[in-house]
Ligand binder design. Structure first.
Ligand code: PMP
Length: 421
């Protein structure tokens, strides 16, 4: 049974036209039932679903073009290489990077950050240096820096976050010091939805000559990202949160930095020549892509970004923002429900707690209604701890969600309240 998306009747008027029903119909999984109920998928911040355009692009690659890349003289290898490198150009265009030399394919945001920590970090950091992050980072933007600090003697500092989930910019500014060697912050928080003032953060850091890494895992799916306009030095994101496959993502790195960075993994494809004593390394960006890459994943990622572009990122952002406003209003009206993270600049993520109900019980009861949300610490334990919480329930929205999904969530939460009194 498929859900008929209701027209956005309860959404504010005056938003750009966005045909949510057509978008929804492009995602086959949304037509299935879960526990006997039409699926309401509200876990896109963890992993989004894939449209047919992505599934078909991957199928076409797998059934028509696949061979190993870069090494073969035969036609399939050349077609596969072309498909892979075309995907790199799509990522470049999407992020508005200057050159494909600046786009490294990786497994995802986590691997991108580990690459920077291991390559740039080990070369540039020493005892007494500081890395500045914030309290709202995902573990992927905390643990690699802790490991780097353990290896180099540098220390990790975290800027404070205000009670509404916004970054305390004055606190951040005061923690930027003569010792800071790198700033690494989320563009959008996965746990709270806060959109960080990244341009201002970059401006403050660059004024001190400090490079900035942005964790864009939650931003690329929801808004246009222009790395030149932001002027960041590194930007990381994952394919599976942007309607693409798992196991693929990209790191943007400013060419002047990347060209001076040592490789972090050795092997095939990242070399020009090898003898038993030594090797010479390949040009950018292949120097950072040792071994056979995730070729079909890259093709799927390229198709996902093309799909997002075809919807128009401004329209997607407006649609999701309207859903956020509707959901915020509807959930705020529920008794003994508390929203966690109410920043004025927010993406479509609603973290909440219900008095007297463990978040896992909220998730379990909603699942019986076919509603998928996430519960737990969202791989962001420091910010949970700062709020005095072990866990929250989190509903996150993507381009395919609609007002009916919000109503189903509200009805589901009323049921939870009934069970727990
Ligand atoms: N950063 C943020 C803000 C995230 O939301 C996530 C995924 N939850 C990650 C990093 C890690 O992404 P991945 O698991 O795809 O490497």
């Amino acid at each position: 049974m498929s859900i008929q998306a209701s027209p956005a009747r309860s959404l504010p008027a005056g938003k750009p036209a966005f045909d949510a029903a057509t978008v929804r119909a492009a995602f086959p999984i949304l037509a299935r039932e879960v526990n006997g109920k039409p699926l309401v998928y509200l876990d896109s911040a963890a992993s989004s679903q894939r449209p047919l355009a992505v599934l078909r692009a991957v199928e076409h690659y797998e059934t028509r073009l696949h061979a190993n890349v870069h090494r073969g003289v035969h036609s399939l290898s050349q077609w596969a290489t072309e498909a892979y490198e075309n995907a790199r150009e799509t990522v470049r265009r999407h992020l508005h990077a200057r050159s494909t030399h600046e786009i490294v394919f990786v497994r995802g945001t986590t691997e991108a950050i580990n690459l920077v920590a291991n390559s740039w970090g080990r070369r540039h950091l020493r005892a007494g240096d500081e890395i500045l992050i914030t309290y709202l980072e995902h573990h992927a933007n905390i643990v690699p820096w802790q490991m780097l600090c353990a290896a180099t003697g540098a220390s990790l500092r975290a800027a404070p976050v205000k009670a509404n989930g916004e970054l305390d910019l004055a606190g951040f500014r005061s923690m930027l010091s003569a010792h800071t060697r790198l700033v690494a912050v989320a563009h959008i928080s996965n746990a709270l939805g806060t959109i960080l003032p990244v341009q201002e953060i970059v401006r403050l850091a660059h004024a001190r000559g400090v490079p900035v890494l942005l964790d864009g895992a939650q931003a690329v799916p929801h808004q246009a990202v222009d790395v030149q306009a932001i002027d960041c030095d590194f930007y990381a994101f994952s394919g599976h949160k942007v309607y693409g496959p798992t196991g693929i993502g990209a790191l943007y790195a400013r060419e002047s930095l990347l060209s001076a960075m040592p490789p972090w993994q050795g092997g095939g494809d990242m070399i020009l020549s090898v003898n038993i004593k030594e090797s010479t390394y390949n040009a950018l960006p292949w120097r950072f892509e040792a071994g056979t890459p995730n070729i079909s994943g890259a093709v799927g990622l390229g198709a996902a970004l093309d799909y997002l572009d075809s919807l128009g990122l401004a329209a997607v952002a407006a649609h999701e923002h309207a859903l956020l406003e509707l959901a915020t209003e509807r959930l705020s009206a529920l008794p003994r429900l508390k929203l966690i993270g109410t920043a004025s600049d927010k993406a479509a993520v609603l973290s909440f707690t219900m008095e007297g109900v463990h978040p896992h019980d909220i998730g379990t009861i909603l699942d019986t209604e076919g509603i998928a949300i996430r519960t737990g610490h969202h791989c962001a334990m420091p910010i949970m701890e700062a709020f005095g919480l072990a866990a929250t329930a989190r509903a996150s929205f993507g381009c395919y969600n609609n007002a009916e999904d919000v109503e189903r969530l509200v009805e589901g939460l009323k049921k939870v309240r009934k069970v727990f009194g």
